[in-house]
Ligand binder design. Structure first.
Ligand code: NAD
Length: 268
Protein backbone atom coordinates (compact mmCIF):
# COMPACT_ATOMS: atom_id res chain seq x y z
CA UNK A 1 0.00 0.00 0.00
CA UNK A 2 1.03 3.68 -0.40
CA UNK A 3 1.86 6.12 2.37
CA UNK A 4 -0.19 6.18 5.54
CA UNK A 5 -3.08 8.61 5.57
CA UNK A 6 -3.18 11.59 7.90
CA UNK A 7 -5.57 10.78 10.74
CA UNK A 8 -7.85 13.75 11.40
CA UNK A 9 -10.13 14.56 14.35
CA UNK A 10 -12.56 17.47 13.86
CA UNK A 11 -13.53 19.47 16.96
CA UNK A 12 -16.81 21.36 16.63
CA UNK A 13 -17.88 18.92 13.89
CA UNK A 14 -21.58 19.62 14.39
CA UNK A 15 -21.13 23.36 13.73
CA UNK A 16 -21.39 25.18 10.40
CA UNK A 17 -17.66 25.05 9.63
CA UNK A 18 -17.13 21.67 11.30
CA UNK A 19 -19.74 19.91 9.16
CA UNK A 20 -18.23 21.31 5.94
CA UNK A 21 -14.78 20.28 7.18
CA UNK A 22 -15.82 16.68 7.84
CA UNK A 23 -17.17 16.52 4.27
CA UNK A 24 -13.90 17.88 2.85
CA UNK A 25 -11.75 15.49 4.90
CA UNK A 26 -13.93 12.55 3.84
CA UNK A 27 -13.45 13.55 0.19
CA UNK A 28 -9.65 13.78 0.27
CA UNK A 29 -7.73 10.59 -0.50
CA UNK A 30 -4.75 11.53 1.70
CA UNK A 31 -6.83 12.26 4.79
CA UNK A 32 -8.61 9.82 7.08
CA UNK A 33 -11.50 11.18 9.16
CA UNK A 34 -11.16 9.24 12.43
CA UNK A 35 -13.25 11.09 15.01
CA UNK A 36 -15.24 14.15 16.05
CA UNK A 37 -15.67 16.10 19.24
CA UNK A 38 -18.80 17.76 20.57
CA UNK A 39 -19.85 18.36 24.15
CA UNK A 40 -23.15 16.47 23.95
CA UNK A 41 -22.87 13.56 21.54
CA UNK A 42 -20.49 11.04 23.15
CA UNK A 43 -20.52 7.67 21.38
CA UNK A 44 -22.91 8.64 18.57
CA UNK A 45 -21.86 7.83 14.97
CA UNK A 46 -20.93 11.01 13.09
CA UNK A 47 -22.83 9.85 9.95
CA UNK A 48 -26.01 9.65 12.01
CA UNK A 49 -25.70 13.25 13.18
CA UNK A 50 -24.42 14.92 10.00
CA UNK A 51 -26.62 12.93 7.62
CA UNK A 52 -23.91 11.95 5.11
CA UNK A 53 -21.32 9.16 4.97
CA UNK A 54 -18.59 9.77 7.56
CA UNK A 55 -17.25 6.20 7.70
CA UNK A 56 -17.02 4.59 11.12
CA UNK A 57 -16.03 7.76 13.00
CA UNK A 58 -17.85 8.53 16.24
CA UNK A 59 -18.32 11.59 18.42
CA UNK A 60 -16.43 12.01 21.72
CA UNK A 61 -17.18 14.57 24.39
CA UNK A 62 -13.59 14.51 25.63
CA UNK A 63 -10.87 15.81 23.29
CA UNK A 64 -7.97 14.04 25.02
CA UNK A 65 -9.74 10.69 24.82
CA UNK A 66 -10.68 11.30 21.17
CA UNK A 67 -7.09 12.09 20.17
CA UNK A 68 -5.63 9.10 22.04
CA UNK A 69 -8.29 6.52 21.06
CA UNK A 70 -8.12 7.43 17.37
CA UNK A 71 -4.32 7.81 17.31
CA UNK A 72 -4.88 11.18 15.62
CA UNK A 73 -2.18 13.00 13.67
CA UNK A 74 -4.06 16.29 13.16
CA UNK A 75 -6.74 18.09 15.17
CA UNK A 76 -8.90 20.57 13.25
CA UNK A 77 -10.70 23.09 15.48
CA UNK A 78 -13.74 25.15 14.48
CA UNK A 79 -15.29 25.81 17.88
CA UNK A 80 -15.36 29.19 19.62
CA UNK A 81 -12.89 31.59 21.23
CA UNK A 82 -13.57 30.34 24.77
CA UNK A 83 -12.81 26.65 24.17
CA UNK A 84 -10.18 26.71 21.44
CA UNK A 85 -7.35 27.61 23.82
CA UNK A 86 -7.83 24.50 25.96
CA UNK A 87 -8.08 22.43 22.78
CA UNK A 88 -4.78 23.77 21.46
CA UNK A 89 -3.10 23.06 24.82
CA UNK A 90 -4.41 19.49 24.82
CA UNK A 91 -3.51 18.69 21.20
CA UNK A 92 0.05 20.01 21.54
CA UNK A 93 0.50 18.21 24.88
CA UNK A 94 -0.41 14.95 23.11
CA UNK A 95 1.82 15.68 20.09
CA UNK A 96 -1.16 16.09 17.74
CA UNK A 97 -0.74 18.82 15.08
CA UNK A 98 -3.34 21.58 15.43
CA UNK A 99 -5.04 23.16 12.40
CA UNK A 100 -7.18 25.91 13.87
CA UNK A 101 -9.71 28.17 12.19
CA UNK A 102 -11.23 29.56 15.36
CA UNK A 103 -10.21 33.16 15.94
CA UNK A 104 -9.81 35.40 18.97
CA UNK A 105 -6.32 34.65 20.38
CA UNK A 106 -3.65 37.15 21.45
CA UNK A 107 -0.14 37.33 19.91
CA UNK A 108 1.31 36.28 23.30
CA UNK A 109 -0.82 33.13 23.38
CA UNK A 110 0.18 32.29 19.81
CA UNK A 111 3.87 32.76 20.67
CA UNK A 112 3.46 30.37 23.61
CA UNK A 113 1.87 27.64 21.49
CA UNK A 114 4.61 28.14 18.91
CA UNK A 115 7.23 27.50 21.60
CA UNK A 116 5.38 24.39 22.79
CA UNK A 117 5.03 23.04 19.23
CA UNK A 118 8.77 23.48 18.74
CA UNK A 119 9.47 21.66 22.01
CA UNK A 120 7.32 18.74 20.81
CA UNK A 121 8.74 18.99 17.29
CA UNK A 122 5.34 19.25 15.64
CA UNK A 123 3.87 21.67 13.13
CA UNK A 124 0.64 23.59 13.60
CA UNK A 125 -1.39 26.36 12.02
CA UNK A 126 -3.82 29.01 13.18
CA UNK A 127 -5.48 30.61 10.16
CA UNK A 128 -7.93 33.49 10.62
CA UNK A 129 -9.06 32.81 7.07
CA UNK A 130 -8.64 29.67 4.96
CA UNK A 131 -10.05 31.22 1.75
CA UNK A 132 -7.38 31.88 -0.88
CA UNK A 133 -9.21 35.01 -2.11
CA UNK A 134 -9.08 36.47 1.39
CA UNK A 135 -5.35 35.77 1.61
CA UNK A 136 -4.87 37.63 -1.68
CA UNK A 137 -7.00 40.53 -0.41
CA UNK A 138 -4.69 40.80 2.61
CA UNK A 139 -1.56 40.71 0.46
CA UNK A 140 -2.90 43.31 -1.98
CA UNK A 141 -3.91 45.50 0.98
CA UNK A 142 -0.37 45.49 2.34
CA UNK A 143 0.92 46.41 -1.13
CA UNK A 144 -1.56 49.27 -1.53
CA UNK A 145 -0.95 50.71 1.96
CA UNK A 146 2.61 51.63 1.00
CA UNK A 147 1.25 54.14 -1.50
CA UNK A 148 -2.17 54.91 0.03
CA UNK A 149 -1.72 54.90 3.83
CA UNK A 150 -5.22 56.23 4.69
CA UNK A 151 -7.27 53.07 5.11
CA UNK A 152 -10.40 51.78 6.80
CA UNK A 153 -11.83 48.26 6.95
CA UNK A 154 -15.47 47.23 6.91
CA UNK A 155 -15.99 43.54 7.64
CA UNK A 156 -19.39 41.85 7.47
CA UNK A 157 -20.24 38.53 9.09
CA UNK A 158 -23.31 36.52 10.13
CA UNK A 159 -24.81 37.54 13.46
CA UNK A 160 -23.71 34.36 15.31
CA UNK A 161 -20.05 35.41 15.21
CA UNK A 162 -18.69 36.03 18.71
CA UNK A 163 -15.48 38.05 18.20
CA UNK A 164 -15.08 41.51 16.69
CA UNK A 165 -13.29 42.60 14.69
CA UNK A 166 -12.91 39.38 12.71
CA UNK A 167 -9.58 37.54 12.79
CA UNK A 168 -9.21 38.37 9.09
CA UNK A 169 -9.63 42.10 9.76
CA UNK A 170 -7.09 41.94 12.57
CA UNK A 171 -4.62 40.07 10.40
CA UNK A 172 -5.14 42.59 7.58
CA UNK A 173 -4.48 45.47 9.99
CA UNK A 174 -1.31 43.78 11.24
CA UNK A 175 -0.02 43.25 7.69
CA UNK A 176 -0.80 46.85 6.69
CA UNK A 177 0.84 48.15 9.87
CA UNK A 178 4.13 46.62 8.70
CA UNK A 179 4.01 48.83 5.58
CA UNK A 180 2.64 52.05 7.06
CA UNK A 181 3.69 54.39 9.89
CA UNK A 182 1.07 54.67 12.66
CA UNK A 183 -0.85 57.93 12.24
CA UNK A 184 -4.16 59.58 13.04
CA UNK A 185 -6.84 59.50 10.35
CA UNK A 186 -9.89 61.69 9.82
CA UNK A 187 -10.14 65.23 11.18
CA UNK A 188 -8.05 65.87 14.31
CA UNK A 189 -11.11 67.51 15.94
CA UNK A 190 -13.69 64.90 14.92
CA UNK A 191 -16.08 63.73 17.67
CA UNK A 192 -18.61 60.91 17.84
CA UNK A 193 -22.25 61.83 18.40
CA UNK A 194 -22.97 58.11 18.82
CA UNK A 195 -20.14 56.27 20.62
CA UNK A 196 -18.29 53.87 18.35
CA UNK A 197 -19.39 55.54 15.09
CA UNK A 198 -15.79 55.82 13.89
CA UNK A 199 -15.16 52.15 14.63
CA UNK A 200 -12.21 50.44 16.34
CA UNK A 201 -8.79 52.07 16.18
CA UNK A 202 -5.63 50.14 15.22
CA UNK A 203 -2.66 52.47 14.85
CA UNK A 204 -5.05 55.09 13.47
CA UNK A 205 -6.74 52.74 10.98
CA UNK A 206 -10.46 52.35 11.62
CA UNK A 207 -12.26 49.00 11.57
CA UNK A 208 -16.04 48.53 11.45
CA UNK A 209 -17.75 45.20 12.18
CA UNK A 210 -21.19 44.53 10.69
CA UNK A 211 -23.12 41.55 12.12
CA UNK A 212 -26.29 40.59 10.25
CA UNK A 213 -28.15 37.42 9.29
CA UNK A 214 -27.55 36.55 5.64
CA UNK A 215 -23.82 37.24 5.57
CA UNK A 216 -21.12 34.51 5.62
CA UNK A 217 -17.71 36.31 5.69
CA UNK A 218 -16.96 39.49 3.75
CA UNK A 219 -14.44 42.31 3.95
CA UNK A 220 -13.75 45.61 2.23
CA UNK A 221 -10.45 47.40 2.62
CA UNK A 222 -10.91 51.00 1.49
CA UNK A 223 -7.93 53.23 0.73
CA UNK A 224 -8.36 56.98 0.30
CA UNK A 225 -5.99 59.36 -1.49
CA UNK A 226 -6.20 62.76 -3.14
CA UNK A 227 -9.17 62.64 -5.50
CA UNK A 228 -9.40 58.83 -5.48
CA UNK A 229 -10.32 55.76 -3.48
CA UNK A 230 -9.34 52.12 -3.95
CA UNK A 231 -11.57 49.32 -2.61
CA UNK A 232 -10.42 45.72 -2.24
CA UNK A 233 -13.30 43.39 -1.46
CA UNK A 234 -13.52 39.69 -0.76
CA UNK A 235 -16.69 37.63 -0.28
CA UNK A 236 -16.98 34.09 1.01
CA UNK A 237 -20.44 33.30 -0.30
CA UNK A 238 -20.48 29.88 1.31
CA UNK A 239 -18.31 27.79 3.63
CA UNK A 240 -16.93 25.62 0.82
CA UNK A 241 -14.65 28.59 0.09
CA UNK A 242 -12.54 27.66 3.13
CA UNK A 243 -12.15 23.95 2.43
CA UNK A 244 -9.26 23.77 -0.08
CA UNK A 245 -7.21 25.77 2.44
CA UNK A 246 -8.21 23.52 5.36
CA UNK A 247 -7.35 20.31 3.48
CA UNK A 248 -4.04 21.72 2.24
CA UNK A 249 -3.12 22.82 5.78
CA UNK A 250 -3.62 19.31 7.19
CA UNK A 251 -0.95 18.13 4.77
CA UNK A 252 1.42 21.06 5.21
CA UNK A 253 1.60 20.88 9.02
CA UNK A 254 3.26 17.47 8.57
CA UNK A 255 6.28 19.15 6.96
CA UNK A 256 7.54 21.75 9.44
CA UNK A 257 7.99 22.47 13.15
CA UNK A 258 6.35 25.31 15.10
CA UNK A 259 3.01 27.10 15.01
CA UNK A 260 2.37 29.25 11.92
CA UNK A 261 -0.17 32.07 12.19
CA UNK A 262 -1.82 32.80 8.83
CA UNK A 263 -2.20 30.54 5.81
CA UNK A 264 -0.36 33.11 3.66
CA UNK A 265 2.85 32.05 5.41
CA UNK A 266 2.51 28.57 3.92
CA UNK A 267 2.03 29.88 0.38
CA UNK A 268 4.94 31.08 -1.75
P1 NAD B 1 -20.78 27.19 15.01
O1 NAD B 1 -21.35 27.84 16.23
O2 NAD B 1 -21.71 26.81 13.92
O3 NAD B 1 -19.97 25.89 15.44
C1 NAD B 1 -19.20 25.78 16.59
C2 NAD B 1 -19.35 24.36 17.10
O4 NAD B 1 -18.45 24.15 18.19
C3 NAD B 1 -20.76 24.04 17.65
O5 NAD B 1 -21.27 22.88 17.02
C4 NAD B 1 -20.53 23.80 19.14
O6 NAD B 1 -21.40 22.80 19.66
C5 NAD B 1 -19.09 23.31 19.13
N1 NAD B 1 -18.45 23.43 20.44
C6 NAD B 1 -18.57 24.40 21.38
N2 NAD B 1 -17.85 24.11 22.45
C7 NAD B 1 -17.25 22.93 22.22
C8 NAD B 1 -16.38 22.11 22.96
N3 NAD B 1 -16.00 22.44 24.19
N4 NAD B 1 -15.93 20.97 22.40
C9 NAD B 1 -16.33 20.62 21.17
N5 NAD B 1 -17.18 21.35 20.41
C10 NAD B 1 -17.63 22.49 20.93
O7 NAD B 1 -19.65 28.20 14.48
P2 NAD B 1 -18.98 28.23 13.03
O8 NAD B 1 -19.65 29.24 12.17
O9 NAD B 1 -18.80 26.85 12.53
O10 NAD B 1 -17.55 28.86 13.39
C11 NAD B 1 -16.65 28.22 14.27
C12 NAD B 1 -15.39 29.08 14.42
O11 NAD B 1 -14.70 29.14 13.15
C13 NAD B 1 -15.65 30.53 14.81
O12 NAD B 1 -14.65 30.95 15.71
C14 NAD B 1 -15.51 31.30 13.50
O13 NAD B 1 -15.11 32.64 13.69
C15 NAD B 1 -14.42 30.50 12.82
N6 NAD B 1 -14.36 30.60 11.36
C16 NAD B 1 -13.12 30.56 10.81
C17 NAD B 1 -12.95 30.59 9.44
C18 NAD B 1 -11.56 30.52 8.87
O14 NAD B 1 -11.40 30.49 7.63
N7 NAD B 1 -10.52 30.46 9.69
C19 NAD B 1 -14.07 30.65 8.61
C20 NAD B 1 -15.33 30.68 9.19
C21 NAD B 1 -15.46 30.64 10.58
Amino acid sequence: MGEEKIRVVVVGAKGKMGRETVKAVMNDPELDFVGAVDRTLDGVQVSEVLGFDCGEAAFYNDLGKALIDTNATVMIDFTNPSVVKGNLDKAIELGVRPVVGTTGMTPEEIANWDRECREREIGGLIAPNFAIGAILMMRFSAMAAKYMPHVEIIEMHHDQKLDAPSGTALKTLELIAKEREAMGQGHPNEHETITGSRGGDYEGMRVHSVRLPGYVAHQQVIFGGLGQTLTLRHDSINRESFMPGVVMSCKMVMNYTGLVYGLENLLD
